[in-house]
Design a protein around this ligand. Sequence first.
Ligand SMILES: Cc1cc2nc3c(=O)[nH]c(=O)nc-3n(C[C@H](O)[C@H](O)[C@H](O)COP(=O)(O)O)c2cc1C
Length: 389
Amino acid sequence: MLILETSLRSRIVSGSRVYVIIIKMLQTPFYDPNKSYDENDKSGPFGAFADGKDLRAEESPKYDFLGFKIHTPFGIPSGPLLNAKFCQSAFKKGFNVIHYKTRRSVKFPVNKWPNVLFVDIDGDLTLEKSKKPLIGSTTTNKDQTEFSITNSFGNPSPDSRIWQEDMKKAVQSEGRGQLLIASVVGTIQEGFSDEDYHDDFAKTAKLANETGVKVIELNLSCPNVANEGIVCYSKEAVLSICKKAKEKVGNTPLLIKLGYFTKDQQQLLEDIIKDTLPYIAGVAAINTIPAPVVDKGGKQALPGGPARLKSGICGASIKWAGLDMVKRLSEIREGLGKNFGIIGVGGVMSGKDFLEYRKAGADVVQSATGAMWNPYLAQEIKKTLNSRD
Ligand SMILES: Cc1cc2nc3c(=O)[nH]c(=O)nc-3n(C[C@H](O)[C@H](O)[C@H](O)COP(=O)(O)O)c2cc1C
């Protein structure tokens, strides 16, 4: 547990003064940023998330997502669930639609530690605010529903034979009314043309498909990769990747994961959705908002080259952006008169946030930052939803 703040209060009870110590603290995160990525992979998950208690729903699942029946349409997006052990723990805690962390066709190293820092942001991280340096540190004084972090891993991946075996175990840990989604990304390799890069996305999707996973997401929006860049803003690249991947995975539904599109990029967003719909079954949005992160002395906070000055920001401060994208995707869906799934991600830290996303049009809602520090978030959201039924 991370202690945020302690305070002393007193009150009179039956004529005597009683002192109460109030301790505000964060739960132990299931992915521990104080440990290396490899230690997390080997020994995680941590805290109550890993206590083995099975809190899954027993009633019949009543929600539908891409033709799969699911319990409360809530879960964890690609990122913090590094392997089958993490996925199994998430399913047990009632996170029903979860992603196995983004994988590549080739072994790929993780960015230098630290990979996660708290960032100090008041209110929303607007695009204007994201241009100026934010201060990153290992502690926060914000509570469970209010903090933001930066994460920067660079999509590390073990050799495909290793992750395929492990992903098969994660698929097997799915309970009734639960769904595992694989996330994949292409890797630029020596001498690769754009075409080769897009083929590598498709090859990785095929590798994921071989594990028996029921849905595959193409990660088109990672901001933490130095030379690969964010592909989701190029219509030609997105279309080419989707076409090639669909050829390789047959009937398995494909999702695309997008970053935030500004209002000026609305037409581009509409065109991307319209043109890729023959190949995809849904859209997940958003990834993170990139911003420069420095330490208190103003120096680059994350070690490595200058490319690491900027990293992805997630948590409470980006909820506005995720909600805005979901609303716009939902309007596009209505305008086109076509049905595709929408997964809403970004800043979901509470039951209230979940309901806001559902109202905006999300079929499924997911939380990375909020879930990492709150193993019971899925249970809280289930209660919120039940109290409205
Ligand atoms: C620790 C961590 C690792 C992440 N790794 C990935 C990843 O591998 N692939 C991906 O598509 N997104 C990744 N993300 C981004 C999340 O999927 C999500 O889009 C983003 O964090 C916004 O959600 P949040 O505000 O609930 O954290 C990661 C996020 C976190 C916190």
